[in-house]
Design a protein. Structure first.
Length: 199
């Protein structure tokens, strides 16, 4: 490698679950001028090196919700237990629970919403180092489950419609910034949702 030739650099990054790097060949200022290129380093080539994934065995606690419903919660997410224990009342709301023809709530629907919260919380902990806001689970319309984060600086509402494999969300702030959308429960990316974490 010479001072006026291509320079090869390897960049490395890592997060909690994986380590990866990429290799790029860059041209020095003198080399760029000889090629009539702009007066700044230009990436000529980038080759991704296969990530080195680290697997970590995640310990779980089993939380008994009622005689037929149990949840497995990662030990690191133990604070979620109270979220689900407070929401177990939803399982007692059967058809016509309001005497006005309301649809009741199935175990499958409730567990789908609970697992959404567990997996979302786990994903957030893997990305952000701050502590997380905890949601509330409420009975929603037509047998769906509402998950709500209601904080001073933002609100996030997620509705889980298990029977139709659909989730919807709405988020806003006191400054009138908002976002909304919908997703399939069995095929979506958490990074597309607003993130309820504390800085």
């Amino acid at each position: 490698m010479t001072a006026d030739g291509p320079i090869e650099k390897v960049y490395k990054f890592q997060n909690r679950d994986e380590h990866y790097s990429f290799k790029s060949t860059m041209s020095s200022r003198k080399h760029s001028l000889l090629l009539n290129e702009p007066d700044w380093q230009t990436i000529k080539k980038a080759t991704w090196i296969k990530p080195k994934l680290e697997s970590h065995a995640t310990p779980y606690n089993t939380v008994v919700i009622n005689s037929t419903v149990n949840l497995k919660i990662p030990v690191i997410n133990k604070e979620l237990e109270n979220v689900f224990l407070e929401a177990k009342y939803i399982l007692d709301l059967k058809d016509d629970w309001d005497d006005e023809g309301a649809i009741g709530y199935t175990q499958e629907s409730w567990k789908s919403a609970a697992n959404f919260v567990i997996n979302f919380n786990k994903w957030l902990r893997g990305i952000f180092s701050g502590s997380l806001h905890l949601p509330k689970m409420h009975h929603g319309p037509k047998g769906t489950i509402d998950i709500v984060w209601n904080e001073d600086n933002f609100r996030l509402f997620v509705n889980i419609d298990y029977d139709n494999n659909r989730g919807t969300f709405y988020s806003d702030t006191p400054k009138k910034q908002y976002s909304e959308g919908e997703f399939l429960l069995d095929d979506f990316k958490f990074q597309m949702l607003p993130s309820p974490f504390k800085y």
